[in-house]
Ligand binder design. Structure first.
Ligand code: NAI
Length: 461
């Protein structure tokens, strides 16, 4: 048994960042992790392995689509799936080992095993009970289940199984046109799989600026993904290693059956808090399964929660922000997260990135706004590398010119968005961005041009 200032349950982006930052602030910290490796869903079976597969398959797409145009001739590569999987695993291993190193460097004690909380101030891992002034629940989330669908992680898979299929399937049905469905759907479409995405709503990526979502869908369709919109999946049956997906049109109520070698269920995630003993402790929960918190404090003194287990977008970087802020609070300082400016990125090609208000939200709020739009067709760098699809859309207050939101679909969108995040954090106007020098030729010039379009007009459009 040992005593700590803080014990953090969960070594994902929320937990490990909280642990390291609390240690940096001088606290004596332990982090409990049940998995073999640190990094949580993100590093082990989420963001990082999916980015490896997205990179590998995007490279394949480049060879097939654009190499010849640049005078790069020769036999096109074929896919060695086992080798691609090994590359993915190497990327994961490098990153998870990196966190272990960071724990040692910052003197964070790693407790291996699954933790429960027998009482406030106590953590049980295996047969050992440790005590702490603060307990932080950073246990993340798990795929939510869908009525009529049994996941076996071979034929009917969640994102975890989709990252490690035994072979590249000929056909795949993706249930849900959210971030997971579109990222993994893109991976397999580029590998030659016929991918059909079945989505309940009439638009993809719910919550995204409608104009961007529409352009995004068109681009994905051009890349070969098929969409069935306004359709609720009723059930999936599996026989002889293949699946049948039944969906019902919301408009006509007609039922259709699709055959698929693999079905990816990507209909959202839910907090993963089972086995912690929260009910017995009397920790208050919200109707949708999250832990109720006030500045990360749960209803039980001394117990805190962050990341996917509490309200807010289920994003690794939001969990990290929570972890940083809570570490500050535990060290007696003030921790704060500006949730209005947490960016969202879809790592398809092109990428989609968004921050702040959408045009629909501004309309609904009755806010007078202006739109500055600039297409990547007018960006020399994007054109030179066959990535001129998409645009930057900047929304600014009609009177004050203050930036209210930005939505980008195009090359490097996930990196471009951050200059807008910083600008918004400082309360900048569109003109502030427009007057800032942007190196030529870079994709970032498209952001500046969108800012110019909020004023007298873009130069290259
Ligand atoms: P999601 O919430 O993004 O999308 C789920 C989609 O499934 C929705 O469009 C919904 O309308 C649809 N749906 C639900 N039930 C359905 C049914 N019966 N039939 C047809 N469609 C149905 O969830 P997703 O993609 O599973 O992602 C889970 C979480 O992980 C999200 O919070 C996401 O933000 C996060 N994530 C983020 C990534 C990123 O930031 N790049 C990457 C992967 C995941």
């Amino acid at each position: 048994m040992a005593h700590f200032d803080a014990i953090i349950i969960g070594g994902g982006p929320g937990g490990y960042v909280c642990a390291i930052h609390a240690a940096q602030l001088g606290l004596n910290v332990a982090c409990v992790e049940g998995r073999e490796t640190l990094g949580g869903t993100c590093l082990n079976v989420g963001c990082i392995p999916s980015k490896a597969l997205l990179h590998a398959t995007h490279s394949l797409h480049e060879v097939h689509e654009n190499f010849e145009k640049m005078g790069l001739m020769g036999g096109a590569p074929t896919v060695d799936w086992a080798k691609m999987q090994a590359y993915k695993q190497d990327v994961v291993n490098g990153n998870t080992k990196g966190i272990e190193f960071l724990f040692k460097k910052n003197k964070v004690t790693l407790l291996k095993g699954w933790a429960s909380i027998p009482a406030a101030g106590q953590i049980k891992v295996g047969d050992e009970v440790h005590t702490a002034r603060a307990i932080v629940i950073a246990t993340g989330s798990e795929p939510s289940s869908l009525a009529g669908v049994t996941v076996d992680e071979k034929v009917v898979v969640t994102s975890t199984g989709a990252l490690a299929l035994e072979a590249v399937p000929k056909t795949m049905v993706v249930i849900g046109a959210g971030v997971i469905g579109l990222e993994m759907g893109s991976v397999y479409a580029r590998l030659g799989t016929a991918v059909t995405v079945v989505e309940y709503l009439d638009a993809i990526t719910p919550g995204m600026d409608a104009e961007v979502a529409k352009a995004f869908k068109r681009i994905l369709e051009r890349q070969g993904l098929k969409f069935v919109m306004g359709a609720a999946v009723q059930g999936v049956s599996v026989a002889d290693g293949a699946a049948k997906v039944t969906y019902k049109s919301r408009k006509t109520e007609a039922e259709t059956v699709l055959d698929a070698d693999v079905v990816l269920v990507a209909t959202g995630r839910r907090p993963f808090v089972a086995g912690l003993g929260l009910e017995a402790l009397g920790v208050e929960m919200l109707p949708r399964g999250q832990i109720k918190t006030d500045h990360f404090a749960t209803s039980v003194p001394g117990i805190y929660a962050i990341g996917d287990a509490i309200v807010g977008p289920m994003l690794a970087h939001k969990a990290e922000d929570d972890g940083m802020a809570l570490a500050e609070i535990l060290a007696g300082k003030s921790g704060h997260v500006n949730y209005a400016l947490v960016p969202g990125v879809v790592y398809t090609a092109p990428e989609v990135a968004t921050v702040g208000a959408t045009e629909e939200q501004l309309k609904e709020a009755g806010r007078a706004y202006k739109v500055g739009k600039f297409p990547f067709m007018g960006n020399a760098r994007a054109k030179a590398v066959f990535q001129a699809d998409g645009f930057v859309k900047l929304l600014a207050d009609a009177t004050t010119d203050r930036i209210l939101g930005c939505h980008i679909i195009g090359p490097g969108a996930g990196d471009l968005i951050h200059e807008v995040c910083v600008a918004m954090e400082f309360g900048a106007s569109a003109q502030d961005l427009a007057l800032t020098s942007h190196a030529h030729p870079t994709y970032s010039e498209a952001v500046r041009e969108a800012a110019l379009a909020c004023g007298l007009g873009a130069i290259h459009a």
